[in-house]
Design a protein around this ligand. Structure first.
Ligand code: ATP
Ligand code: MG
Ligand code: MG
Ligand code: MG
Length: 352
């Protein structure tokens, strides 16, 4: 009989819409070729208020690609649809907070059902840019200079804030990037060039997260590597993103035609190999599993490679970098979802 795959999408995150499109592509791939004989998809849609919907409502969102507006005013968050009990394996396709950050992974772990991707530790460490950078530093991976900041330092103490900005100016300089620590899709990120922009950006980032990171800005090519596997993961060919905007911001990411992907990136072999090696080290450093997309800055003039970040549940639409990197490395979208499910089963199996 077929393995019933619970496809989890939507979610209480700014990347809700992207998640629906990713899930639709995955659902389609599970219904093609050999996958159709092996898997049956059970869609589970998490509304923007956190309520879970299964059955027809979830199928409707998946088919249309349009979010369903929450109906109830008092969501009952602990009432899971009865279909939950029918799931043999979960495939979370949730980006950002409440999905990519270990929260859902904790719930699925308690359910004692295998699930695709990283566990609690890998998800949480990969999501929080401060924890992530500490893990990368420990692994000896080179990255740009940065400073961790808390909301309390930005908001609560008028004496601390000017000193904090002085310190950022002295150690990082301009331009620098101010980021909420636990987000994705460039949401809440600002590139700042002056004291006034820095103050505004810190204040804004504090509205998104208790934890904030400020990084020295680097002028570099942006390249990405996909990782697939558990304890013996593989790295894909390298992809490059080019765009005309100031940086790879939300609008550039999601407006068709604003960014171009080049796969494989035009890089010297040694550089590509070094990036692949660093991607695998990053994957291990945060304890990722299943899949990740690792993002880098490559400074062509000096040959320096800085790791930017790891994304443990990267965008997974048919045009997303992650599946395209594998397609160019010899693994089709259809094969990719199959391999991810098999990796989830492997990881869940008790040590024999
Ligand atoms: P994703 O959607 O990939 O998860 P994210 O929200 O986690 O993105 P980052 O990848 O950290 O955000 O940064 C978004 C973009 O901002 C980068 O792709 C790059 O264009 C720019 N950027 C971020 N940090 C720096 C930096 N230190 N120097 C130069 N550019 C940067
Ligand atoms: Mg990210
Ligand atoms: Mg992300
Ligand atoms: Mg990124």
């Amino acid at each position: 009989s077929k393995l019933r795959v619970g496809l989890l999408f939507g979610g209480r995150s700014g990347e809700h819409e992207v998640s629906i499109i990713s899930a639709r592509a995955i659902a389609q791939a599970l219904s093609l070729e050999e996958n159709a004989n092996k898997y049956a998809v059970l869609p589970f849609y998490i509304q923007k208020d956190g309520v879970w919907q299964a059955g027809e409502v979830a199928q409707q969102v998946l088919t249309s690609g349009v979010p369903q507006e929450p109906l109830s005013t008092t969501p009952n968050l602990w009432q899971f649809p009865p279909e939950t009990e029918e799931v043999d394996l979960w495939f979370p396709v949730l980006h950002g907070p409440n999905g990519e950050d270990g929260t859902i992974q904790g719930l699925l772990t308690l359910m004692q059902v295998p699930f695709v991707g990283s566990g609690v530790l890998g998800s949480a460490t990969g999501m929080d840019k401060i924890a992530m950078k500490m893990a990368f530093a420990q692994a000896g991976l080179s990255q740009v200079k940065y400073k961790a900041v808390t909301r309390a330092e930005v908001w609560s103490n008028p004496c601390v804030f000017p000193k904090l900005c002085d310190d950022i100016e002295a150690t990082l300089g301009y331009p620098c990037f101010v980021k909420p620590a636990n987000l994705g899709s460039s949401v809440g990120i600002a590139k700042v060039r002056s004291r006034q922009e820095l103050e505004t950006a810190l204040d804004n980032a504090a509205t998104y997260d208790r934890r904030i990171i400020v990084e020295a800005g680097v002028v570099a090519r942006e390249v990405e590597c996909a990782v697939l596997g558990n304890d013996h993961p593989k790295a894909s060919v390298i992809g490059e993103i080019t765009f005309n905007s100031d940086f790879y911001d939300y609008e550039t990411k999601y407006t068709p035609g604003k960014a171009d992907l080049f796969i494989p990136a035009n890089l010297p072999d040694v550089v590509a190999q070094q990036i692949q090696e660093m991607a695998l080290q990053a994957f291990a450093a945060v304890d990722a599993a299943g899949l990740s997309r690792v993002d880098f800055f490559y400074v062509e003039a000096t040959g320096e490679i800085f790791i930017n970040e790891i994304n443990t549940l990267p965008g997974f639409t048919s045009t997303s970098m992650y599946p395209q990197l594998w397609a160019n490395s010899g693994i089709t979208f259809v094969q990719l979802v199959d391999q991810l499910i098999q990796l989830a089963i492997e990881r869940h199996s008790p040590v024999s």
